[in-house]
Design a protein around this ligand. Structure first.
Ligand SMILES: *Cc1c(COP(=O)(O)O)cnc(C)c1O
Length: 393
């Protein structure tokens, strides 16, 4: 035996007489090319195919293709996390000396990215209430390249008027990036409403099984070459295994979402009638300040769905929240969302703990604020679990 016989060589099984029914997992960092001309054409993007995993792989492409269809996105890519899917458009569209406008109600890490990281690259920032359209227009200047908003904002679930924001953004010569994580493309399709870039944290509802960290961004044709370049050069690429798992989660997302959205509406109506509860926030309730916008923008199999997130304020404040969370044995305190089961979070001590008490008060968050991510159980189970916990407050 020659020493080289011990080198690990892949089995050269390239084709089968029958095709696999489930998507195979392609764990290969590099592909064997037939010729320099082929490698050149693939790396240059003139020919489809794979050369190196950081530039693309079949599991990422299969997942992105499904998401592109759901989002009505001409182009899209799966990246390592939701935060990567926000970093990529930032790096792809904004340069040193330029300016970003962001909604004040965005994911905490998004604000940190813009405040602490983008500022180091010489990118300036204005934070506004994006439900105040005049304030958004006033915040824009000739250096503004990107406006960022969430379809449904954390934690009090204000709904952005995406078409109006897109109009203001485009009038100012900038692009609109919409974080659609709280809605998902099964509830809202921001690109159809005029946004230029949409992102999803696949970690949440779209994968839906609490086992993957992954992000997606979809965009229009003009910035697609920059997006591909940024993902490959900065190394934001997603792993094939995570994409494979998320594709499996995505296959049932429409069923999970339909159940969870109808449960969320039931839970919101139930909570609205409880004397322990001061206020309920859910875009599907007629009293929600942006209910009309939500009805116009949101979609579903039989009319608009309003998402799986419900927030409410307990009358007894922080003391009542502590008792509620301890008593809610069937609703785990998990500071994330979009799991199979109903979970709850306490914004004051988790997602918004980095803000001052005044900063939280300005967003409407108190010690008694509870954020529910409603799951796929039966509606009776969700409401009776809430009732049991409310009785202890
Ligand atoms: C979780 C989340 C993100 C970040 O996604 P990761 O996958 O955790 O990086 C961004 N925006 C919203 C609204 C989120 O809920």
């Amino acid at each position: 035996m020659k020493p080289d016989d011990f080198l690990p060589r892949p089995d050269q099984v390239k084709t089968f007489a029958t095709q696999p029914h489930a998507t195979p997992l392609y764990l290969t960092s590099v592909w064997e090319c037939e010729s320099p001309a082929q490698a050149d054409a693939m790396l240059g993007g003139q020919e489809p195919g794979y050369v190196y995993q950081r530039d693309g792989h079949p599991n990422g492409a299969a997942l992105a293709a499904k998401l592109n269809e759901l989002e009505q996105a001409p182009h899209g890519m799966v990246v390592a996390s939701g935060m990567a899917a926000i970093s990529v458009p930032l790096l792809a569209t904004v340069a040193q000396g330029e300016h970003v406008v962001t909604a004040s109600r965005v994911y905490g890490k998004t604000l940190q990215l813009l405040n602490a990281e983008a500022s180091r690259l010489g990118i300036s920032l204005t934070v506004v209430d994006t439900n105040d359209l005049a304030a958004v227009a006033a915040a824009m200047n000739e250096k503004t390249k990107l406006v960022i908003a969430e379809t449904i904002a954390n934690p009090l679930l204000q709904v952005a008027d995406i078409a109006a924001l897109a109009e203001i953004t485009h009038r100012g010569g900038a692009r609109l990036l919409v974080d659609n994580t709280f809605a998902s493309p099964l509830v809202c399709k921001p690109l159809e409403l005029g946004a230029d870039i949409v992102m999803e944290s696949l970690t949440k509802t779209l994968n839906g099984h609490s086992d993957v960290l992954l992000g997606y961004l979809g965009c229009r044709t003009d910035i697609w070459p920059r997006v591909k370049q940024v993902v490959s050069a900065w190394g934001f690429s997603a792993s094939p295994f995570d994409c494979w798992l998320a594709a499996r989660g995505l296959a049932t997302a429409h069923l999970r979402l339909e159940r969870a959205c109808s449960n969320a509406l039931r839970a919101a109506e139930f909570l609205s009638q409880r004397r322990e509860v001061e206020r309920v926030e859910y875009p599907g309730l007629a009293v929600h300040p942006q209910h009309a916008i939500a009805k116009r923008q949101f979609v579903g199999p039989t009319g608009p769905q309003f998402g799986t997130m419900v927030a409410f304020q307990l009358k007894g404040g922080r003391a009542a929240a502590d008792k509620f969370i301890t008593a809610a044995k069937d609703i785990p305190f998990c500071p994330s969302l979009g799991e199979l089961s109903t979970t709850l979070s306490h914004p004051e001590t988790t997602s918004h703990r980095g803000l001052t008490p005044e900063g939280r008060a300005a967003l409407g968050i108190t010690g008694g604020t509870i954020r529910l991510s409603v799951g796929t159980e039966t509606p009776e189970f969700v409401c009776s679990s809430l009732a049991t916990a409310l009785m202890q407050t």
